[in-house]
Write a protein that binds this ligand. Sequence first.
Ligand code: NAD
Length: 368
Amino acid sequence: MDATFTTGKELQKMDPVFGQLSFDDHEQVVFCNDKDTGLKAIIGIHNSVMGPALGGTRMFNYATEWDALNDVLRLSRGMTYKAAITGLDIGGGKAVILGDAKTQKTPELMRKFGEFVHSLSGRYITAEDVGMETSDMDTVRDVTPYVTGISESRGGSGNPSPVTAFGVYMGMKAAAKQQFGSDVLAGKKVLVQGIGHVGENLVDYLTKEGAVVTIADINQEKLYEVSSKYNAKIFTGADLYTADVDIYAPCAMGATINDDTVYKINAKVIAGAANNQLANENVHGAILQERGILYAPDFLINAGGIINVYAEIAHYDKAEIMRRTENIYNTTLEIFDYAIKNGMTTYKAALTIAQNRINQRKIENSKK
Ligand code: NAD
């Protein structure tokens, strides 16, 4: 359970598959290759004890295939714990497509990817992640029913990102209550790194409450657009990790809390949407704790999206989706409490509770 993750480069030096740490008991890893469409994809099914593996597909221009493999393994493992901590009857899985989503994504490629998903007969159900749009999931739906996050006009729940942002907002408020004694974010200085689908919606919630929001992104056009729409400041300093803020919200890519950044962070709370924010969950989680920085576990507070797409399988309505997502506030406080009582990091606390639930379900399943 306590996997110490490697980078793709480090991974290369180790035993090719089962021997490397990100593998962490994955049940199945599927490599998908199609010359005609140029599809190269990897589907990771980490654990199906709680149900079929549900998790999004990311399309990204990875530096190496090892980086893609490392990413899918880390992401699918995270999905297992995300579903378990949130109380959803699904397992953990994820897929990555290697390539540039802007230039290499075609309907043919997405259809072929859907055929690979279909070949797993429902053991893996996909959805959108970075580089994917609802329309891509609609294309996948043309060839397989094992897809969620399809458009509302086709009976789906649409883009999950606004719900994810609401959950992150709830988790952030819980963290503020724990760290500052009040969950009121008005007047709090918040840095949102990454103002894409989730980040922008988070900025909306924060500015409506009166938080003082600073934004950072590599997309300059988007920065100006979001800045003027929500009256948010654009970060202009040399190093955003040293920013003088109360709360740091990582909403771009993972592993931003790493050896280079962990000692620089000035924020007293970290609460954001990005998956796998801690480059090494044991080492960097412990350093944050020593430095008195409260970390709201990513896989817990960014679960709104999975709650939303899961509803397409479980058939509950928008009000129930929002109620469950709002409950991230209570679960986050429970995790903080468990961490203090058991003398562990908040990340470890969330992981432990999730793993206990999976173990319990395994026993129940074996009795059936
Ligand atoms: P997105 O692709 O819409 O947005 C990501 C944004 O981050 C983009 O604007 C991009 O320009 C920016 N970015 C990329 N690299 C950056 C960098 N180095 N510095 C600053 N900005 C950078 O993605 P999203 O759907 O908003 O998801 C954001 C994160 O949240 C991802 O890590 C994703 O896995 C995670 N997440 C998303 C959902 C969801 O419902 N969309 C659910 C759970 C977790």
